[in-house]
Design a protein around this ligand. Sequence first.
Ligand SMILES: Cc1ncc(COP(=O)(O)O)c(C=O)c1O
Length: 368
Amino acid sequence: MNVPFVDLKRQYQVIKQEVDSAIQEVVLNTSFILGKPVAEFEEKFARFCEVKHCIGVNSGTSALILALQALGIGQGDDAITTANTFIATAEAISCIGAKPVFCDIEERSYNLDPKKLEKAITKRTKAIIAVHLYGQPVDLDPILEIAKENGIPVIEDACQSHGALYKGKRVGGFGVMAAFSFYPGKNLGAYGEGGAIITNDDSLAEKMRMLRDHGSSKKYYHEYIGNNYRLEGIQGAVLSVKLRYLDEWNEKRRINAGIYKEYLKGMPVVLPEEMDYARHVYHLFVVRVKDRERLIDFLNQKGISTGIHYPVPIHLQKAYSFLGYKKGSLPVTERFMDEILSLPMFPELKEDEIHYVADCIKEFYYEG
Ligand SMILES: Cc1ncc(COP(=O)(O)O)c(C=O)c1O
C-alpha cells in the first residue's frame, strides 16, 4: 500500500464541479487580481474568524511582513518568536530590517513557552509573533497579559491553524493582527500561493490594504512605500469554495488524529497532545520517536511518506548564524529536533491507511 503524506487530488475530486465553475467565472470576468472574488473571500473569511477585517495577500510570508510593516517596526527593533516554526516567521522580521529573538518552547504543545517570554523582552522588543504550530493554538492568555504589561503588540502566526479554537474562540482574533497562509497543503489551501491578514483594528486594516498594493488606494497615487502583495482572483474564488468545507475537513483531521492515537497506543511513540485550552486542527500529526532516520527509511520502503517539521530549528540555520545562537541556547526546541516525525495527515486519509502506518511502525519497533 502507498500512503502519501498529503493528497490534494482526493479533495479536488469531491469539489471539482464547484471549483471548476468558480475558476471559469473568474476567467470569464477577467478579474485576475483582487476584485470581486478576492473581496468576497475576504468578507467570508473575516466572518469565519469572527473579526472585522481580512486583507487577502499573495502568501503567509507577505501577510507577516505587512503586519510588522503596518506597526511601523524596522531597523533597530526586535521581534520575539519561536525557532521551531517555518523559517518564514523569522524571515518576515528580517525582511523589514528588524531582528528575530527566539524564545524556547513548551514540551507538551511545541509552542512558545509563556514562562520564558518575560526574560526575552528588552527595550528593543516591538512585537511578539505567537505561532500556532502544527494546528494547535499557543497558550495566548499569559502571552497577551505579558505583552500588555510591556506595551508590546502580539501578532498571531496562524499559518498552520485555520479554524483552530483557543478557549472556544477562533484563533486570529486575539492579537492585534493574525497572518494566514493558503499554501495548497494548508488546512485551507489555495490553488497556488495565497495568504491573508486579519484584524479588528480599522486603521491598521486600511493601512495594510494600501501597503499590499504599492501603498496606494487610488491608482498611481501612493501614500506609503508598499509592495505588490496582491491576492489573485482565481485564488480568492477557490478559497471561497473551500472555506465552506473547512470545519468539516478539520473535523475529519481530528477524527484521523483520534484513530492514530488509538492504534499507536502503547508503542514507543510520543503522541501529540491536545492542550486543555485548545481545539487542535492537526495541520500536521507530529509524533516523537527514537531511531528516527531508520524508521523513516523503513516506512519509505513500505510506501509511506513522512516529513520533519522542522529538521533544523531557525536559530541553528546557517542563514541565521550571524545572530550568534549556539547549540544549547534553546534546550527544549533542540531536544526534540532529532525526534519529531510528521505522519501522513489530511482529511481524506482513510482508516485502513492509518492502520497500515501504525502496523508498520509496530513492525519496525517489535519485529525489525
Ligand atoms: C508557521 C508558518 N508561518 C509562515 C508561513 C509562510 O507562509 P507562505 O508559505 O504562504 O508564505 C508558513 C508556511 O508554511 C508557516 O507554516
